[in-house]
Design a protein around this ligand. Structure first.
Ligand code: PGA
Length: 221
């Protein structure tokens, strides 16, 4: 399986123009990348304006709702994402758990709904107890809270221990990604030394030069 590099743009960039520029610059830069699956998760509002079909980038959502349609103001359903050509969806990111009070129960409902529509959910966890559902087709992202957006990445040793623990707790094999202050200096070590199958990249994915250097570094392994 190819390693995954997932860009989580969060609530950035501030304009559609900025989003298109960032996407196009990454798309141009990875034209010859063959050994890495690159997924970009922009804010929902930019999804339909991004010409991903002309590139070798897959699109992801940063969240989805658990119902398909109905009176749920502000929500976006898995089938709406699928309709726009989205393949992946981040679910249970710690920022949503913190600021939007998402619970494990809500996260599990979202995962089931996403799978039903054929989306590939990327379940973010920072502790084993959040690994409630062991469903086929789920990608796990280990994102320690202290490392998210802090510039203080998890040590390779600790990350590796956690990867092994997560693996032991999964009855079915699932790709396990690392996320939290990934940059071009540490990216390769999480794959090569800690054995992760991919990376979830936040801040560094907003700088196309830095993001391309992460992707190319993994492609060259
Ligand atoms: P970061 O974010 O790379 O800025 O630490 C990672 C994430 O939240 O997925």
């Amino acid at each position: 399986m190819k390693p995954f590099i997932v860009a989580n743009w969060k609530c950035n960039p501030a304009s559609l123009k900025g989003a298109k520029l960032l996407f196009d610059s990454v798309a141009r830069g990875i034209k010859n990348v063959r050994k890495v699956e690159v997924v970009i998760c922009p804010p929902f509002i930019y999804l339909s304006n991004i010409q991903h079909l002309k590139s070798n980038i897959q699109l992801g959502g940063q969240d989805c709702f658990w119902e398909e349609k109905g009176a749920y103001t502000g929500e976006i359903s898995p089938s709406m994402l699928k309709d726009l050509g989205v393949e992946y969806v981040i679910i249970g990111h710690s920022e949503r758990r913190k600021y939007l009070k998402e619970t494990d129960e809500m996260v599990n409902k979202k995962i089931e709904a996403a799978l039903k529509q054929g989306l590939k959910p990327i379940l973010c966890i920072d502790k084993i107890s959040q690994l409630k559902k062991d469903l086929e087709g789920v990608i796990i992202a280990y994102e320690p809270l202290f490392a998210i957006g802090t510039g203080k990445p998890c040590s390779i040793g600790k990350a590796k221990k956690m990867r092994i623990l997560i693996k032991k707790n999964l009855k079915r094999g699932a790709p396990i990604l690392y996320g939290g202050s990934v940059n071009s200096q540490n990216a390769q070590d999480y794959i090569k030394k800690a054995g992760f199958q991919g990376l979830l990249v936040g801040s560094a994915s907003l700088n196309s030069k830095e993001f391309l250097s992460i992707v190319k570094g993994i492609d060259s392994l």
